[in-house]
Structure formats: structure tokens, C-alpha cells
Design a protein around this ligand. Structure first.
Ligand SMILES: Cc1cc2nc3c(=O)[nH]c(=O)nc-3n(C[C@H](O)[C@H](O)[C@H](O)COP(=O)(O)O)c2cc1C
Length: 387
């Protein structure tokens, strides 16, 4: 059987998303992220290019770990400002027929009841093309925005998420029978009340006694994405995810994570082959390899180190404005040459070099040379158009 490849584009309702500094490039359009035209053009381009979906990332806080301040994120538009992602979807759905929309929404700070209705609404409006990337957040700034001092502990966030899922499943799947909304014009009855059931839930974190406000949408439960690979994150993925989004530098790194999630899913009685695994990669396309490399080099000349450090500090929770120990692998020299870190001490600048090459994993090879081939994909891969 022919093997199918699934392609998701990766974007966020902000400037430049994961390429800090690229907003200064003359051809950059992400500065227009706050206009509908930007998103409808992107959606049409992706559909023309036969993409399966557009994956929309989101955070609910500012990247303020770097130098203990939001200034670097603000200066460099490092995922700040960040607008809300769900609102983009109806506009993009209106100009496409097949493109799917995997939207990230953090469950930590919103009750399940209104969120379930918003997703049902999106599922109606897109004709069943919506997915939800279930995240619990990683920024303390988001928790502060929600009135807490810091985030709930890592594994406890997943506990909360499990209960949240239990509740939204009940709302999406259990409240309305398929034929509840009869739309009987002759009798003047829109919904048969005997076919709509209240959801009762008394849990550790949530209480609810209500009917779901939306009638059944095409999918009821949206396609579920997940993007965590810690032991607890894998458990969650094995339980709930239909698609898992991963980032890693090579098949060697990603492979065991994929196997672990599939094994856990099988243990839970699921068919592990049903879980689609998406790995992140950044591809630069040009008519020839030389042109692709030149384009890549030109893009790199626009990278903001400070913006990269702000992002990396937020992702890891480590303030890279300080000198720190333990980053012993190859850190970029800024000249495109690999250079082992001396004395086990790495300046934040070198880590920024690693980030700018798309090497988000600490164990990455940040040699700076464009890479190709199936074994390595963590960095940017220049690919001639013929491919
Ligand atoms: C490719 C990828 C994309 C992610 N996108 C988001 C996102 O948009 N918003 C968010 O809050 N977390 C996002 N995350 C973070 C995950 O939801 C999760 O918090 C993180 O991977 C740590 O999970 P773990 O500790 O279970 O490994 C993303 C992670 C990966 C690998």
C-alpha cells in the first residue's frame, strides 16, 4: 500500500511565530497577522498546496523568563503580541473546502463548559474540520494573568486535564442525542426535550450540572492533538490523542517517543496505528539546492538572537541571560562552524545560535550546516523545488 504523508502548516496568531527576527525580512507578511486577509490568503495557499491542515499554536502569557522581563519578547515580537487563535478559523474555513484547523487551547484557565460550546460552534461553522491541540501551558506568566502566582505542578496539570477531558467528552457526546434537533416546522418543535440530557459531574476539580448548549456538530468531539512527551504526557497522549505533534532533531530521537506512545495506547486497548504522529520541520524551497541554501542564509541574516533567547528561556524556564552550566554539546559559533562549548559553560548567545537554527532540543546538532536526509530533520532543510 502506498504510504501517505500528512502535512500540517504550523503558525500562530502573532508575528513570525518560531522565527524571531524574520519579521524584518522584506518579504515577511506575518506583520499583517492582525488582518483577516493575511489568514485567508494563507488558508487558500495551503489548500492549493494540498496541505491537510493548519496547526495553530497559542500561549496565554508573555515570554518573561529571559532577563526576568518581558522586554526582549516585546522588542523582538517573540510570540508577543499574540492574538486569540480560534477567531481566525471561521474566516479561513469560509475560503477553503478541505483544509483542517488544529487549534491550540490551554485548558488550565478556562472552565470546560464555555470551551466545549466554542469548539462545537467551530465544528459547526467549519463543517467538521476543527481539531484541538490540548495543552496545559508552560508559562508562569499565563498563570499570573489568571490570578495565580505560578503554574500548577507539571503532573498535576495533566491530572486536571484528564478530568477536563472527561467533562468535555460528556458534553460533546452525551448531552444531545443525534436526532434531538428535529426542526419540525409543521409541529413547531425545534428540539425534542426528551432527547437532551443534562450532564452531571462531581469531580476533584470541576462540578457541573447542565446541558450542552450546542446541538451535535459534525464531529461532536473535535480531532484531538497533543504535544507532550514526558512520561505523564505520553500517558495523556495514549489515552486521548488522535494526533501527536513532536519536535526533535532526528528519527533516532523521535522514534522511541513514537514507540512509547503507541505501546501505551495498545495497553489502553486502542489501535496504536490510529494515532498520527507529526514531526516538526522547517523547509526552504527554491529551484536549485544552491538557491535554497542562499535563501536560507539570507533568512538567517534576519534572525534576532535576543528574540530567540527570549523564546528558548520561556520554553525551558531557564533564564539564558545568565551564564549557565551544562550545555556541553555543540553550540554554534556564529560562523556556521561547530564548536564544542569550552569548560562546560555556554554563553546565552551560543544557545541563541542553536535556537535560531531551529534546534530546540538540547541534544541537537547545531552545526549550522543545512542538513538533509531522513535521519536528521531538526534544523532547516533547503529543498530544491523539484523535490
Ligand atoms: C511541536 C510542539 C508544539 C507545541 N505547541 C504548544 C502550544 O502552541 N502551546 C502550548 O501551550 N504548548 C505547546 N507545546 C508544549 C506542550 O503542550 C507541552 O507543554 C510540552 O511539550 C511539555 O510537555 P511534556 O512535559 O509532557 O513533554 C508544544 C510542544 C511541541 C513539542
Amino acid at each position: 500500500m502506498t504510504k501517505q504523508i500528512r502535512l500540517n502548516a504550523f503558525a500562530m496568531n502573532c508575528v513570525a511565530h518560531q522565527s524571531p527576527g524574520l519579521w524584518t525580512h522584506p518579504r515577511d507578511r506575518t506583520k499583517d497577522y492582525n488582518t483577516l486577509g493575511y489568514w485567508t490568503d494563507l488558508a487558500k495557499t495551503l489548500e492549493r498546496g494540498r496541505f491537510d491542515g493548519l496547526f495553530l499554536a497559542d500561549v496565554l502569557g508573555v515570554y518573561d523568563v529571559y532577563a526576568n522581563s518581558p522586554d526582549a519578547a516585546l522588542r523582538n515580537a517573540a510570540q508577543t503580541p499574540a492574538n486569540e487563535p480560534l477567531m481566525l478559523i471561521p474566516a479561513m474555513a469560509a475560503v477553503t473546502q478541505n483544509l483542517g484547523f488544529g487549534v491550540t487551547s490551554n485548558l488550565s484557565f478556562e472552565p470546560p463548559y464555555p470551551f466545549a460550546r466554542r469548539m462545537s460552534t467551530l465544528d459547526h461553522l467549519t463543517g467538521g474540520r476543527v481539531g484541538w491541540n490540548v495543552v496545559t501551558g508552560y508559562l508562569d506568566s499565563a498563570a499570573r494573568g489568571a490570578g495565580k502566582d505560578k503554574q500548577t505542578a507539571h503532573d498535576d496539570r495533566y491530572e486536571l486535564a484528564d478530568e477536563y477531558m472527561e467533562l468535555v467528552y460528556k458534553l460533546w457526546e452525551g448531552s444531545w442525542e443525534d436526532d434531538a434537533a428535529i426542526r419540525d416546522v409543521a409541529r413547531g418543535i425545534f428540539t425534542d426535550p426528551s432527547k437532551v440530557h443534562p450532564v452531571h459531574h462531581e469531580g476533584k476539580n470541576y462540578r457541573l450540572n447542565a446541558i450542552h448548549l450546542s446541538e451535535p456538530s459534525p464531529q461532536r468531539t473535535p480531532v484531538l492533538y497533543q504535544a507532550g512527551t514526558s512520561p505523564r504526557g505520553r500517558q495523556f497522549a495514549a489515552e486521548h490523542a488522535e494526533c501527536v505533534f513532536m519536535s526533535g532533531p532526528s528519527a533516532k530521537v523521535i522514534g522511541p517517543r513514537v514507540s512509547a506512545i503507541r505501546e501505551l495506547a495498545a495497553e489502553k486497548g486502542r489501535n496504536p496505528a490510529e494515532i498520527l504522529m507529526f514531526s516538526m520541520m522547517c523547509i526552504v524551497v527554491a529551484p536549485t539546492e544552491a538557491e535554497a541554501k542562499a535563501k536560507y542564509a539570507e533568512y538567517r541574516s534576519h534572525v534576532s538572537h535576543e528574540g530567540a533567547l527570549a523564546l528558548m528561556s520561556g520554553w525551558t524556564g531557564v533564564d539564558l541571560a545568565r551564564r549557565f552550566r551544562g550545555y556541553r554539546r555543540h553550540a554554534g559559533s556564529g560562523t556556521g562552524q561547530a564548536r564544542p562549548v569550552q569548560d562546560g559553560v555556554c554563553q546565552g548567545h551560543a544557545a541563541g545560535e542553536a535556537v535560531r537554527r531551529g534546534a530546540r532540543e538540547a541534544g541537537c546538532d547545531a552545526s549550522g550546516e543545512p542538513i538533509s536526509g531522513e535521519e536528521r530533520w531538526g534544523g532547516v532543510i533547503p529543498i530544491p523545488e523539484r523535490v
